[in-house]
Design a protein around this ligand. Structure first.
Ligand code: SAM
Ligand code: SF4
Length: 339
């Protein structure tokens, strides 16, 4: 079931839309704005994070130049800003505004993934600048449990969710569920999100945490989530979409999502690539290799050269997590690369 078609790895194409040797087209780019964060989620941050030196982080002009290249030369149509916490960048609204100018050359959607701690005061400005969608992480709505998971306060997050919805930004909530930590939050979260009529997706715990907490048995799988939800709601599985999430209709009215990265990997249809805050291109969350774009960018490489580097790297994209189950030792963790 996890076997993927693996054609010979020929030389990368010189032009056309971005694709890899396994026939997967890339339409989505995730850009980490910073490795810094104001929370310390136990499934993400190391116990003692060491922040990257600021001069290594891409400046706004560099980042926008790279995204422009991905849009014009490489066929990217959707950009998601992530981190670390993207709203720790003082120029987050300006970055969204600069990306908004790329719509005329083909960019279709601008999204962000945020912990929402700093969202409420800037939600309107983000929408005005051009932000379409926000994925907001929330693993519990009770203050004590939220604090235990993140070392932060839930109140500003709830305010941020309300402000983003009021501003007209499309909001989805993301929850990571870990056995022994918050699996009893599944039903309370579903009840709350359904009551608010806000989208909720559970994400299976991935082995990319900064403190080596992950073990296979801590993953609360899609099947286990459904078993819990089924005690209270009628469940109808919906047809697959192009998204990694599986969707379910609860009691004929509310749509719940689950991203089953571990129990049912979707690597064979992956359509995304990732740029770290320091300008390294990763073609997969689980990649061990990356392609540095910052050094050539800063030493004056033109767009043709940068596009060639990107094509060459993405062409060799690995089969993905599906092909390598088990713990994955990686040189980079989620807060550095961006989930
Ligand atoms: N700080 C922002 C946030 O938390 O939404 C953006 C960055 S965070 C790394 C992006 C997403 O990765 C979040 O939805 C978070 O829940 C998810 N994430 C982080 N570590 C994870 C892990 N080990 N397994 C599954 N999802 C994880
Ligand atoms: Fe920060 Fe997001 Fe990682 Fe939590 S998941 S520590 S909010 S980067």
């Amino acid at each position: 079931m996890n076997q993927l078609y693996v054609p010979a790895l020929d030389a990368a194409p010189r032009e056309g839309a971005l694709r890899d040797a396994r026939g997967r087209h890339k339409r989505k780019l995730r850009v980490s704005l910073t490795d810094r964060c104001n929370l310390q989620c136990l499934y993400c941050m190391p116990e003692h994070p060491k922040w990257l030196p600021r001069e290594q982080i891409l400046r706004r002009d560099e980042l926008v130049r790279l995204v422009r290249l991905f849009v014009t030369e490489l066929g990217i149509r959707e950009v998601r800003l992530t981190g670390g916490e993207p709203l720790l960048r003082r120029d987050a609204v300006e970055i969204v505004g600069a990306l908004n100018d790329l719509r005329s050359i083909g960019l279709e959607r601008i999204a962000m993934t945020s912990n929402a701690v700093r969202l409420a005061p800037v939600a309107g400005a983000l929408r005005q600048a051009g932000l379409d969608d926000l994925n907001i992480s929330i693993d519990s709505i009770t203050p004590e449990r939220f604090h235990a998971m993140t070392r932060g306060q839930v109140a500003p997050v709830l305010e941020g969710i309300a402000a983003a919805r009021a501003a007209g930004i499309g909001v989805k909530l993301n929850s990571v569920v870990i056995r022994g930590y918050n699996e009893d939050e599944v039903l309370p979260l579903v009840r709350w999100a359904a009551g608010q009529d806000v989208s909720l997706r559970f994400i299976e715990f991935m082995p990319l945490d900064g403190r080596g907490l992950w073990t296979r048995d801590k993953v609360i799988t899609e099947a286990e989530i459904l078993e819990q939800v089924g005690r209270e709601f009628g469940i109808e599985r919906l047809p697959r979409t192009a998204e990694p999430a599986e969707y379910f209709r609860l009691d004929g009215r509310y749509r719940l999502g689950i991203i089953p990265t571990i129990s049912r990997p979707f690597c064979s249809t992956c359509d995304r690539v990732r740029l770290s805050a320091t300008g390294e291109l990763y073609s997969c969350l689980f990649s061990e290799a990356c392609r540095d774009l910052k050094a050539p960018l800063r030493s004056g490489a033109d767009d043709a050269r940068l596009a060639q580097l990107v094509r060459g790297h993405v062409w060799h994209k690995e089969a993905g997590y599906a092909a390598r189950p088990g713990y994955v030792e990686r040189p980079i963790t989620m807060h550095h690369l961006g989930g």
